[in-house]
Design a protein around this ligand. Structure first.
Ligand code: PA5
Length: 463
């Protein structure tokens, strides 16, 4: 199991102005936490509660479907191209970067054990799209269009470009190279997929985009890349079991959610820095940033009161950002809680050779990069507490499907519990709707004419 160390967020370590009396706070909030966890588990099977993500680890059907499809197309494709954005892309990016051998796309097919390369297009930059389409052999590429709503402008515009290009190159056969992952019944992509006869996969009801990584949204690409799906679902199930414990003293998601919440509302530390000490986990920070920001950044609470709450997530990478952001974290405003993700055992052990012993770098010889990584993570953590900066540490015994799935699922539960503590709805995102409407208006979508007029006015009067 992954472990959690919160002692450097305690006032005994970082002082009462910057730390919490954790024992006291855990006791104070024990009943509320118990009620929150019981409530989540009571509501999770009810339609409309947006809690189906809590059941994804148990969906044998989804696991079976994705594995069956992966076996069916085994060896047919050199490349997988995922079109998607936000929750339809970030989980896939985070997990594939963590679990595939680093520099996967640069390895030979043999080194990849025959599995395809993977590309995620989660932006609409015309330069990167054009360049990628020039690189890919579309005849040997499987395009997976992922959008729960089925009409996200970025994803669907990418799809239109790619489909057109594929049809020109492949003729009618292009249909065999496109699959769609979308809502079971509704949305434009569902309609198109049925018309066109694409193979489809489902984003289940009551699973929001940022909580969808363990649905077919993530599991299908993982299976296509040879990632062990059972290892992932076992990790989720074991973590889910641990997080069903309503006792805050035994539930790391509850402890972490409460610490983040109190650091914000009591001590004004409303910035959450996510800092994995592993390049392979770098994109977990991107995934977490969306989960944290969209789930908790809300103008209204559940009682309709304007509250404008939500911690601001910041992405950092150990050790790289020690030479970039740590100066600010040590000496700048003390308004952050820094979350470290540590890895106990890396897959490789890399010796630093005993050379240049007569110089100032001689002391490094004979040590390993692993020793150095650990020494740097530890010294950064201690330095931060010397400066009275609170930190939390999550440790993975190693990077594999089992533990990465545990980590992500734990963060999802943490977001749900934090939502309850802030008394906001962590499963909606009303704040992104207005700019979507403006995009539709600017791009001439029917029904948005009034919006277009008011937008033109605002744009012309903007200084
Ligand atoms: O978390 C969310 O719900 C969003 O970030 C969505 O995932 C994102 O907007 C993409 O939506 P869709 O999957 O409908 O294309």
């Amino acid at each position: 199991m992954i472990t959690f160390d919160c002692k450097n967020a305690d006032s005994l370590v970082v002082g009462i102005e910057n730390g919490l009396n954790l024992e006291q706070e855990f006791n104070n909030y024990a009943d509320q936490i118990e009620a929150i966890i019981s409530d989540l588990n009571k509501r999770k099977d009810k339609p409309g509660q947006k809690l189906q993500w809590m059941n994804l680890g148990y969906s044998e059907e989804t696991a079976w479907y994705v594995k069956e499809y992966a076996a069916m197309v085994d060896g047919r494709f050199d490349d997988i191209l995922v079109l998607g954005i936000g929750g339809s892309a970030l989980g896939g990016i985070a997990v594939t970067n963590a679990l595939l051998r680093p520099y996967w796309n640069l390895l030979s097919k043999e080194q990849r054990n025959g599995f395809p390369r993977i590309f995620f297009l989660d932006n609409i930059d015309p330069d990167t799209i054009s360049s990628l389409l020039d690189i890919l052999d579309l005849k040997k590429t499987l395009v997976n269009v992922i959008t729960k709503s089925g009409d996200t402008v970025e994803t669907m515009s990418q799809y239109m470009v790619v489909k057109d290009r594929m049809e020109k190159e492949l003729g009618d056969d292009y249909r065999k190279n496109i699959i769609a992952t979308t809502d079971m019944r509704t949305g434009i992509l569902r309609q198109i997929a049925e018309q066109e006869g694409y193979k489809t996969f489902v984003v289940p009801d009551d699973v929001g985009g940022r909580y969808s990584v363990f649905s077919a949204v993530g599991l299908l690409p993982f299976a296509l890349l040879g990632i062990d799906i059972d290892e992932i679902t076992n990790g989720i199930k074991d973590m889910d079991l641990a997080l069903k414990n309503t006792d805050i003293h035994k539930n790391i998601a509850a402890q972490s959610a409460l610490i983040h919440y109190l650091m914000d509302v009591k001590l004004g530390k409303n910035i959450t820095v996510m800092m994995p000490y592993s390049s392979r986990l770098q994109y977990v920070s991107d995934w977490f940033a969306q989960l944290w920001a969209e789930s908790l950044g809300k103008s209204e609470n559940n009682d309709g009161v304007h509250v404008h709450v939500g911690p601001t997530p910041v992405k950092a990478l150990g050790v790289t950002d020690q030479h970039s952001q740590i100066q600010l974290y040590n000496e700048g405003p003390n308004n952050k809680l820094i979350d470290f993700i540590r890895v106990e055992n890396f897959d490789s052990e890399l010796q630093i050779p005993k050379i240049f012993e007569y110089t100032g770098i001689g002391y490094l010889g004979g040590k390993t990069m692993n020793d150095l990584m650990n020494a740097e993570a530890e010294s950064t953590r201690v330095t931060l507490s010397d400066y009275s900066r609170p930190t939390l540490t999550f440790t993975l015994p190693k990077i594999d499907g089992y533990h990465v799935a545990q980590l992500l699922y734990m963060f999802e539960v943490q977001a749900a519990i934090a939502g309850a503590l802030y008394n906001v709805n962590p499963f909606n995102q009303p704040g992104v709707e207005q700019s979507k409407n403006y995009i539709y208006a600017l791009m001439g979508r029917a029904g948005y004419e009034e919006s277009a007029k008011s937008l033109q006015l605002k744009m012309s009067s903007a200084v």
